[in-house]
Ligand binder design. Structure first.
Ligand SMILES: Cc1ncc(COP(=O)(O)OP(=O)(O)O)c(N)n1
Ligand SMILES: Cc1ncsc1CCOP(=O)(O)O
Ligand SMILES: [Mg+2]
Length: 211
C-alpha cells in the first residue's frame, strides 16, 4: 500500500533549553504536517510519557507523528509510524511486527543502501544523507552534496526504484530550491530550525520554499 509521505519532515532534538514537547508545539503552530520525535536522552518510561503528550498536540493539529527507533512504542501511543536509523535493520521483520498501516522510514547513505531497502518492499520512504555538515548526528559517512543526490536520483530512475527520498543532514532554507531541482521528494530538517534564534520563523521560511 502506497502511503502519503510529507515533503517536509521536521525532527525534534535533545536540547538544553527547550523540551521536545515545546519544539513540537512551535512546529505545529508554524504549520508542520509531519514531525519525527527524535529523542535519545530519556528512559523508556519518560520517553513514553513525553510521547503521549506530544501525540495529543499532534492529534489536535492533525500532524503526522513518527518516532525514531523505538518500534515498541508504536502500539502504546497515538503515532503513525517509526523511522529506523539502523542501516542494517531487518525491515521485512519490522514490517511484520508493526503491521501494514504504520509508516516505516529507513536511513541510507548510498545507492546500495537504497537498493537493499527498496528491495525489501517494506519501507515507505528513505532518509538519505548527509547532505552537508551536521553536528546533530556526526558520523563518518561522506557528504553527498547536490551532486550526490543528482547521481542517486539518476540511478534510481534507471533502476525504476520509486521510493520517496528525503534529503537529510545540514540542510538550511538556502538549500531547499537546489535540492528540489535534484528530484528528491522532500527534506528532513532539525538544527537549522531548533538552533535558530527564531525557530518558528526558520520553520516557516523552509515551509514556504517547499509549498
Ligand atoms: C527523515 C530521516 N532521515 C534520516 C534520519 C536518520 O538518519 P541517520 O541514520 O541518523 O543518518 P546517518 O546515520 O545515515 O547519517 C532520520 N532520523 N529521519
Ligand atoms: C537524523 C540525522 N541524521 C543525519 S543528520 C540528522 C538530523 C538532521 O540533521 P540537521 O540537524 O543537520 O538538520
Ligand atoms: Mg544511520
Amino acid at each position: 500500500m502506497q502511503k502519503y509521505v510529507s515533503r517536509f519532515h521536521y525532527l525534534t532534538q535533545d536540547l538544553q533549553h527547550k523540551s521536545h514537547l515545546e519544539q513540537v508545539i512551535t512546529a505545529c503552530e508554524s504549520g508542520a504536517n509531519w514531525i519525527q520525535y527524535r529523542c535519545f536522552s530519556k528512559t523508556e518510561e519518560q520517553h513514553l510519557d513525553e510521547l503521549n503528550r506530544i501525540a495529543e498536540v499532534c492529534d489536535d493539529w492533525g500532524t503526522t507523528l513518527i518516532i525514531t527507533d523505538h518500534t515498541s512504542l508504536l502500539s502504546k501511543a497515538d503515532i503513525q509510524g517509526v523511522h529506523i536509523e539502523d542501516l542494517s535493520a531487518d525491515f521485512t521483520s519490522i514490517r511484520k511486527e508493526i503491521g501494514p498501516d504504520k509508516t516505516l522510514g529507513a536511513s541510507a547513505n548510498t545507492l546500495d543502501d537504497i537498493k537493499r531497502i527498496a528491495a525489501s518492499g517494506a519501507v515507505d520512504y528513505i532518509g538519505c544523507g548527509p547532505f552537508g555538515v551536521t553536528l546533530t548526528k556526526p558520523n563518518d559517512y561522506p557528504i553527498l552534496g547536490l551532486e550526490g543526490y543528482k547521481a542517486i536520483m539518476a540511478e534510481m530512475d534507471i533502476l525504476r526504484i520509486a521510493i520517496p527520498i528525503i534529503a537529510v543532514g545540514g540542510i538550511t532554507a538556502a538549500n531547499i530550491d537546489a535540492l528540489a531541482d535534484m528530484g528528491v521528494h522532500g527534506v528532513a530538517v532539525s538544527a537549522a530550525i531548533n538552533k535558530s534564534d527564531n525557530p518558528a520563523s526558520a520553520f516557516k521560511e523552509i515551509y514556504r520554499k517547499l509549498h
